[in-house]
Design a binder for this molecule. Sequence first.
Ligand code: MSP
Length: 656
Amino acid sequence: MLKSDPKRFYITTPIYFPSGKWHIGTCYTTIVCDAIARFKKMDGFEVFYLTGTDEHGQKIEKVAKDKNLKIMDFLDEQASSLKKLWELLGVGYDKFIRTTDDYHVKAVQRIFSKLYEKGDIYKAKYEGHYCTPCESFWASSQLIDGKCPDCGRTTELAEEESYFFRLSKYTNQIIDLIESNPSFLNPKSRQNEMLNNFLRPGLQDLCVSRSTCKWGIKLPFDEKHVAYVWIDALVNYISALGYGSDDDSLFKKFWPADLHMMGKEIVRFHSIIWPALLMALDIPIPKRVYGHGWLLFGEDKMSKSKNNIIDPIELCSRYTVDAVRYYLLREVPFGNDGAYTNRAFLLRRNADLCNGLGNLLSRTTAMIDKYFSGVLPSPLVDSELDLGLKETANNMLKHIRCHMDALSVPDALGEIWTLIDASNKYIDETKPWVLAKNNSDMPRLGTVLYNLAESLRIIATFLSPFLIDTPNKIFDCFSLECPKLFDGVTAFGLLKPGTVVKISDKLFDRLDVEKELSTIDAQNASLGCHDIAKTDVSANENAFPIIKSQIDHNDFSKLDLRVGIIKTAEHVKKSEKLLKFTVDIGIEERTIVSGIAKYYDPSALIGKSVTVVCNLAPVKLCGILSNGMLLCAEDSSGDVVLISPHKDLQAGSVVS
Ligand code: MSP
């Protein structure tokens, strides 16, 4: 019997190609999965989190040769450096698989035999292209400008005797899997990509062995061939659980996987080839495959081959592991690409970790120390103001669980920052320093400080899956241990009055962003990483604000945006900034005042199409009631332009 207990959770990252150098882009998948795995553990699931290294194939053979190393020496060193990196980043996997491990080799061989005996593998000649960096086969018709469609690099012509897997046979089953089970592959854009680019045109049988590459697992029925590295690699997800071995208890317990997570460029291996193989083997398919976006540097995918990488070890040692984890988990819009810039990283660190969270902790603990000699007071005098804070805290588990189930990790963190912001606002509103002036207000002051301490305990509890040291530092201030489970610890009001409270050391020191950026640039330049220095300098010049927190479709649908046509335009008397417009929005004409006098001659705007926010509450500007807003964009030089449709549309056309 396969897994029946819904409280188990099997999550995997792709196994990493040892390439000599790890960067924060490669850390992304693993850190995200780590946060999900930790969250699930705290939420009461028995979790198995798998990661590892993908150690066969032509690329490895070549890299080791270029480095003049024996392949296994190179691989041992790489696996050990990756494990150290995961340790540094606080990644708590349950198993680290290496595809050179014995049990894995045996499982791959068994699977090949099974498929061969079943008639799903046959011998033929491969004629086509091969991309060594991606270890992918491509037909000429699939190349883009003669290059690999995935990585844009030059491919080699390959002509060799091979074994083929009857992938084409499974086309309709995979289409059905994706179409009738929308939660199998996400985000939705990846479903369309797989269906339109690969499945609907019809799958070709897949070459699954190499006879020209020697570094691989020998096929049991033909030792001149080694397994194609992608088939070898995909099998890790079940070989790690003991599939095909004498002890397959983990397989029975955890398969099918609850979540295979990977970067978008390798989704087709996981959502087409892998399920087809499993179907051929009569093994249940994984429940969910998620292809996240890339971490970019500038406009490019961060990757060693582009020499645009940011070293995670360097970043952690300068700015702490938690700052790196926080940035990756919060800033990169999950499912989409997200650009890394040193500026955005430093700004996030200062704003959210140092100001938001750090200040809350230091202010709260310092006030408990000052006004109550470091002993947590009892909550004796409630007020209306406390209700919002308590409600936000009490709803956290429900909201965060919902975001984590949807794999919206940045939103889950956003939820925690809602409580941090609410707590800081609560300090501003309750003004403890004013309460402290009156003896009669001491019970209320004690309540306020108790509530803040309790918020911090809840904040630390929910931060535990995401950050490593910070939650412990917060718990330490309140003489508490980090809880193992959310169960029973997330309700407001559990902290014991009388607890000894320590003043916190600074959680994160405030950095001078400009100074840091110059230091980083100087260091990059002296290390010869001119591209990185230059890219970040230009990012500085652009200085666009960081992306605001994500909103959902429901939030967006509240906006009523329409095309408007400007009927009249004039300067507002006594104002250098404002122009007054009459705008036709189809169903009526509106008066709208806009601060764009510096950028436009009003007479030149008459008859122009613009985008109008129609349901914004009216405001009075220089005595004129402005009923709506004209959308504008500002570039990095400060120039402001109205946003217009690129061809004429009727007034009132809905923008969505
Ligand atoms: N070995 C294969 C996976 C086989 S799984 C059966 C492989 N390895 S990889 O080392 O190239 O990539 C490992 C993971 O790192 C992938 O999820 C990949 O998408 C991710 N990333 C590598 N560079 C990345 C970014 N710049 N940004 C985000 N993720 C990136 O593919």
